[in-house]
Design a protein around this ligand. Structure first.
Ligand code: PLP
Length: 429
C-alpha cells in the first residue's frame, strides 16, 4: 500500500526490534534460525507484552469492577486504561470499545444482537431488525468469521445474503457494487484479505452502503497491525479487531461501534456484569460497553494488548507499513522468478499488503509447507478459513507467507530460496 512515509527501518533498528522478540532466538527444524512468515495467522509477542502480562499477574491481579480492595482497584484501572489505549490507537472513543474474546466473537456480537432485535428485543434502530425482503451484503473475499454469522442471521430472519464479487486477481470488483440495493441493511467486508493481501476500496464500499442507509462493518484483522488506522476517516459504523494479530495476547479482541448505534443494540451474551437490576422474572441492562461484556473478562490479556499497542506506536505504524511494503514487493519479485508458482492475488505491490498466498503447480500446499519447514521457514497452508475465495481461484487450498514488522530481507531470501527447491524435490520441475 502507499505509505505515509517511505522510510523503512535501518539495519540497527530492525535488529533492535527483533531482539525484543524472544521467540526469534529459537532455531527451526533444520537447526537454522527460525524464519517466521505466519504473522497473518498469529503474530509473535515482544518481551514488553510478555512482561506486561506477567507483571499484571505478579502484582495487580484482581476481579475488575467487583471489589473495593487495592488489587481490584488496580485491575479495574488497568482494564479501563487499556480500553482507552485501544480507542486511542484507532482514533475512537473509549466508551465505544467493547471487549470480546477475538474478532470472530466481535462479528458474532453484531450479528447476534441483530438476531435478538429481529426476534423482538427492543430497539429504536430499524436497521438492526431484519426480515424477509431485507439484504445483507458481504464479499467473496471474506474470512469465514465475516461470512458464517451473516449466513446464519439471514437463515434465521429470512433476509437474503448477497456479495460483492471479485476480479480474477481477487480484488473486489466495483462493478458489483450495485448488489448493495436499497433493501440492504448491512454491508460487512474485510479491510485487507487474509489470502490475497488485497486492500479493499473502503471509501467506495462505504459510499455505496451509505447511499442506501446500510450499516457498515469492517474487519480489520489483517490491516490493524500493518497500516495506520483511523476509524473516523474510514467512516464505517463498526470495526472488529484482534489482539493476537497485533503482537498482543490471544483470547482478546474488540468491537468498535458508533456510540449511538451500540446504545440501540440488544445484548448478545448475557449474565453477570452487564445488568443494572435482576428480578426472578426479568433483567434490565447496562449501557454499552458493559451491556456487551457478560462475565469475567480476560484482564491480563487486555493489559498485554495495551502494551502491544504501546510497542506499535513506539515503532511507528507508518514505518512498519513502509518496511512491510518493501518486503512484500521483494517477496512478490522473488516468487515471480520461480517457475510454476502462481500468486493468488494482485501482483501490483501498491494494491496489497505483504500477505502472499500462492499455489505451486503439481505440489500440494501441505507438501510445500513441509519442505519450507525443513528449511526452518514457517508459512501457513490450507484454506485459511476462506474456502469461497479459494474456489474463486479454482483451488481448494494454498500456501501463504506473511511478513510483519520483525521480518528481515534475509528472511525473504531464505523463503524464496526454499520455495525454489520445492518443485525439484518432488520432481515436477
Ligand atoms: N478476519 C480475518 C480477515 C482474519 O484473518 C481472521 C483470522 O485469521 C479473523 C477474521 C478471525 O480473527 P480471530 O482469530 O481474532 O477470531
Amino acid at each position: 500500500m502507499s505509505s505515509l512515509s517511505n522510510t523503512t527501518f535501518t539495519g540497527v533498528e530492525l535488529d533492535n526490534i527483533r531482539r525484543d522478540f524472544p521467540i526469534l532466538r529459537r532455531l527451526g527444524r533444520s537447526g537454522e534460525p527460525l524464519v517466521y512468515l505466519d504473522s497473518a495467522a498469529t503474530s509473535q509477542k515482544p518481551q514488553q507484552v510478555i512482561d506486561a502480562v506477567s507483571q499484571f499477574y505478579s502484582l495487580h491481579n484482581g476481579a475488575v469492577n467487583r471489589g473495593t480492595h487495592l488489587l481490584a482497584d488496580e485491575s479495574t484501572d488497568a482494564y479501563e486504561q487499556a480500553r482507552a489505549r485501544v480507542a486511542q490507537f484507532i482514533g475512537a472513543k473509549s466508551a465505544e470499545i467493547v471487549w470480546t474474546k477475538n474478532a470472530t466473537e466481535a462479528l458474532n456480537l453484531v450479528a447476534g444482537s441483530m438476531l435478538q432485535a429481529s426476534l423482538g428485543a427492543p430497539t429504536e434502530l430499524d436497521n438492526l431488525r431484519l426480515g424477509e425482503g431485507d439484504r445483507i451484503v458481504v464479499t467473496r473475499a471474506e474470512h469465514h468469521a465475516n461470512l458464517v454469522p451473516w449466513q446464519i442471521l439471514c437463515a434465521r430472519t429470512g433476509a437474503e445474503l448477497a456479495w460483492l464479487d471479485l476480479h480474477e486477481d481477487g480484488r473486489i470488483d466495483l462493478e458489483t457494487l450495485n448488489r448493495i440495493t436499497p433493501n440492504t441493511k448491512v454491508v460487512a467486508f474485510t479491510h485487507v484479505s487474509n489470502v490475497t493481501g488485497a486492500i479493499s476500496p473502503v471509501a467506495q464500499i462505504v459510499a455505496a452502503a451509505q447511499s442506501v442507509g446500510a450499516l457498515t462493518v469492517l474487519d480489520t484483522c489483517q490491516s490493524s497491525a500493518h497500516m495506520p488506522l483511523n476509524i473516523s476517516a474510514l467512516d464505517v459504523d463498526f470495526a472488529v479487531l484482534s489482539s493476537h494479530k497485533m503482537y498482543g495476547p490471544t483470547g482478546v479482541g474488540a468491537l468498535w461501534g458508533r456510540g449511538e448505534i451500540l446504545a440501540q443494540m440488544p445484548p448478545f451474551l448475557t449474565g453477570g456484569s452487564m445488568v443494572t437490576d435482576v428480578s426472578m422474572e426479568e433483567t434490565t441492562f447496562q449501557t454499552p460497553p458493559s451491556r456487551f461484556e457478560a462475565g469475567s473478562q480476560p484482564v491480563a490479556q487486555i493489559v498485554g494488548w495495551s502494551a502491544a499497542l504501546d510497542y506499535l506506536d513506539k515503532v511507528g505504524m507508518d514505518r512498519i507499513c513502509a518496511h512491510e511494503d518493501a518486503l512484500g514487493a521483494m517477496m512478490l519479485e522473488g516468487i515471480a522468478n520461480i517457475p510454476g508458482v502462481r500468486v493468488l492475488g494482485p501482483t501490483e505491490p501498491s494494491e496489497r499488503v505483504a500477505v502472499v498466498a500462492f499455489a505451486v503447480d503439481g505440489v500440494h500446499p501441505h507438501d510445500v509447507g513441509q519442505i519450507l519447514d525443513a528449511h526452518s521457514v514457517a508459512i501457513r497452508v490450507g484454506h485459511h478459513c476462506a474456502i469461497p475465495l479459494h474456489r474463486h481461484f479454482g483451488v481448494r487450498s494454498s500456501a501463504r507467507a506473511s511478513a510483519s514488522m520483525v521480518t528481515s530481507e534475509t528472511d525473504i531470501d531464505r523463503f524464496v530460496f526454499a520455495l525454489g527447491k520445492v518443485r525439484d524435490f518432488f520432481g515436477v520441475a
